[in-house]
Design a protein around this ligand. Structure first.
Ligand code: URA
Length: 434
């Protein structure tokens, strides 16, 4: 296929027809276009955007690049949640088993880390033996049996997103509203969902820097999802501070397991419970918001969601004994270093962007498509905005492969925090619901 005229059209701001967009996706999926041409196309879209008709056609072509899941009739609604990407965002790891315990079917297809933001697949793969490569038939069977499966794009499920996701990451073309919409909704529409809750992040460490941009992205996603028959709510949430107290693949799995054991942290639990409550309301399983929240919270407080997480791990090849053994360890990285402050007062900033960059550079994220992830590295025990502080208090711990890397990270991490003598009230985590 000759992609050149289509790249030129998009470069010059001319809209592409649905048939042209289908051709591009088909050629990309078939490996018939070199990466440099797809990269040029993505950059043209980044600068020129897509209108609603193009975004719809591109999304549906990506969805149809592979299988679309078909589930047997069952009273349990099929639901999912997706985040546009943040630091320390382990919400899906807690929410998916909780939703299964609330009587939903959850065929969650997630992505890897993009830019400095973490990816659910990388987190799950830090569990010994866990596979995220599930064939569609296996995914359906597992969801029917235990209520939940967590996999990734494969050669047969949304293969177009599998290819474009990695290419966008390597070509600085992620923060584009039509490309994010198509990437997310191609996966979600391939799951055959009844309802979806979106966590659209804005702030220093999000792809959408401002609340207005996040609102525009949220509207683009919710309107297209609704047109495709999926009831959708979007939460606009702040991403200036990491979610929870840890960032880094294994450390986030560990924090998610603690949250499932009902040990907080508060911000993570708030997001999990609100996402679950929105799905209960959207699917008519709870009459009103207060009842829905109470139902989600009560379920999280039982032992069932944690047991469901273990069931999910075992179903996807994870070694439960090794998982439990590693959970009981203080750390699995070779070096752990405490970062201490010489200040006192109240924390006013715990900069998610700096923390995300540090975690990536420690080996927790990718610089290129070929980068190898080191699951054990990251930061934990993060001090959060609003908390009081004394001289000698712990700001966070660095988990690194070498002492030199830990010390370099500690120096950068000190700059991620700011303090004030006055008490400080951080802004609400959930700014708006669309
Ligand atoms: N999550 C996705 O799946 N795709 C994006 O482009 C961003 C976040």
């Amino acid at each position: 296929m000759n992609l050149l005229p289509l790249i030129e059209a998009k470069r010059d701001g001319r809209p592409l027809s649905p048939a042209q967009l289908r051709d591009i996706v088909a050629a990309c999926t078939a490996g018939a276009v070199p990466d440099y041409q797809m990269a040029a196309f993505l950059m043209a879209v980044f600068f020129r955007g897509m209108n609603a008709e193009e975004t719809r056609a591109f999304t549906l072509a990506m969805r149809d690049s592979g299988d679309v899941l078909r589930f047997p009739a069952d009273p349990r609604p099929i639901v999912d949640k997706h985040s546009t990407g943040g630091i320390g965002d382990k919400v899906s790891l807690v929410l998916a088993p909780l939703l299964a315990c609330l009587g939903f079917r959850v065929p969650m297809i997630s992505g890897r880390g993009l830019g400095i933001t973490g990816g659910t697949l990388d987190k799950l793969e830090s569990i010994p033996g866990f596979t995220t490569q599930l064939a569609p038939a296996r995914l359906v069977t597992q969801v029917q049996t235990i209520g939940v499966a967590m996999g990734g794009q494969t050669a047969t499920m949304v293969p177009a997103d599998n290819l474009l996701y990695a290419l966008r990451d390597a070509t600085a073309t992620v923060p584009s509203i039509p490309l994010i919409t198509a990437s997310i909704l191609s996966k979600k529409l391939a799951e055959g969902l009844d309802a979806l809750v979106m966590d659209v992040k804005f702030g220093a460490a999000a792809f959408m820097r401002t609340r207005e941009e996040a609102r525009e992205l949220a509207r683009c996603i919710t309107e297209l999802a609704a047109e495709c028959g999926v009831k959708t709510r979007a939460l606009l949430t702040t991403m200036d501070t990491p979610v929870g107290r840890s960032a880094g693949n294994w450390l986030e799995v560990k924090e998610a397991a603690h949250c499932l054991d009902c040990y907080g942290p508060d911000d993570l639990q708030e997001l999990v419970v609100d996402c679950a409550a929105h799905l209960l309301v959207l699917t008519g399983k709870a009459g009103d918001w207060e009842k829905a929240r109470a139902t989600a919270l009560q379920c999280l407080a039982t032992a069932a969601p944690r047991a469901k997480f273990d069931e999910l791990i075992a179903a996807q090849g994870g070694d439960i004994d090794a998982f439990r053994h590693e959970l009981a360890l203080d750390h699995t990285a070779p070096v752990v270093l405490e970062v201490i402050t010489s200040e006192e007062g109240f924390v006013t900033r715990c900069d998610a962007r700096i923390i995300g960059e540090v975690v990536r550079d420690l080996g927790g994220g990718r610089m290129t498509k070929e980068s190898v992830i080191h699951p054990a590295v990251g930061v934990d025990m993060l001090a959060k905005p609003g908390e009081p502080f004394g001289v000698g208090s712990l700001l966070c711990r660095v988990h690194a492969l070498t002492r030199a890397e830990a010390e370099a990270a500690a120096t950068r991490l000190r700059a991620a925090f700011a303090f004030s003598e006055e008490p400080y009230e951080p802004p609400p985590l959930i700014a708006e619901v669309i």
